[in-house]
Design a protein around this ligand. Sequence first.
Ligand SMILES: Cc1cc2nc3c(=O)[nH]c(=O)nc-3n(C[C@H](O)[C@H](O)[C@H](O)COP(=O)(O)OP(=O)(O)OC[C@H]3O[C@@H](n4cnc5c(N)ncnc54)[C@H](O)[C@@H]3O)c2cc1C
Length: 304
Amino acid sequence: MRKRSAKPPLALPCRPVKPAPFEYHAPATTADALAVLAEHGDEAKPLAGGQSLVPMLALRLTRFGHLVDLNRVPELAGIERHNGTVTVGTMTRQADLERSPDAAAVPLLGLATPLIGHFQIRNRGTVGGSIAHADPAGELPAVVLTLDAQLDIASASGTRTVSASEFFEGTWTTVVGDDELLTAVHFPVWADGAGFAVDEVARRLGDFALVGVVCGVELDGSSKVTRAAIGLLGMGGTPLRAAAAEQALVGTAPTDDELTEIGRLAVADLDPPADIHASTEYRSSVGAHVVKRALRTALERAGG
Ligand SMILES: Cc1cc2nc3c(=O)[nH]c(=O)nc-3n(C[C@H](O)[C@H](O)[C@H](O)COP(=O)(O)OP(=O)(O)OC[C@H]3O[C@@H](n4cnc5c(N)ncnc54)[C@H](O)[C@@H]3O)c2cc1C
């Protein structure tokens, strides 16, 4: 027979795993959802896939008196291609984006989305939820910024459209107000033959990236870059554009050594965050390598 230990049990830190009480709203239309938000202001919070919000509520890292569930608002979901734009409704599941033939016209979506968590998360998590949550290490916020997407934001009094460069204000903070909803995102379609790549370093498959890059290039007939866009994730308080590196790339058919320099340039003026997973120096050093690797892949895919 095993003897019982005389030692007292370990005193483990204990957190609640139930949210604070809230009133649940399940509107059937965007207008109804916006009316609830207008009525309750900063006491109300939209609920999309719940993959980020529900854990935060359950751990009581945040609390709201009213949750406005968008899952019964069908008009907020869907993917459409019109001329040079792919429009994605905010409640489109990440897994649907991954599989959509219309979204394939914007290759960065198909390259970046499978890197979000695990398929169970993508089955439930939404495109708009990921972008509105604005995690600086999120893949879709970086794609939005890199492609200069346009974002529709609605309130009870109308809809405004903002460009990606104005959308992200800080970690988990955007220009979407308490009484507003992100309703749709418009992604521009690049020219045929453009090359794209997404590359990142994470501790384990499915984890948020420690450092990542999303990029696109267009080339002329002599393999010179005519257009370049480079976005970084995990390297600051928001997704970031590497504007100096983009400018240095345009007009060149870069050699391997020049790509090394462009990788360094992309991170040169940044002061990436340090945390328990990676130091500032690690993120800078790995970031430069990942930019080079992604650009090389994008150039190959563009035929360079
Ligand atoms: C284990 C795990 C691993 C993950 N790994 C990754 C990863 O590698 N990369 C990554 O990018 N994400 C990752 N995620 C997060 C995942 O992508 C979430 O799906 C996403 O961040 C939030 O989307 P959601 O639809 O679940 O939104 P919710 O959790 O419902 O909402 C998130 C926030 O956005 C707000 N919001 C939602 N919709 C709207 C709207 N239409 N208008 C205004 N505000 C809105 C909510 O009020 C809330 O503040 C991970 C999550 C988990 C649980």
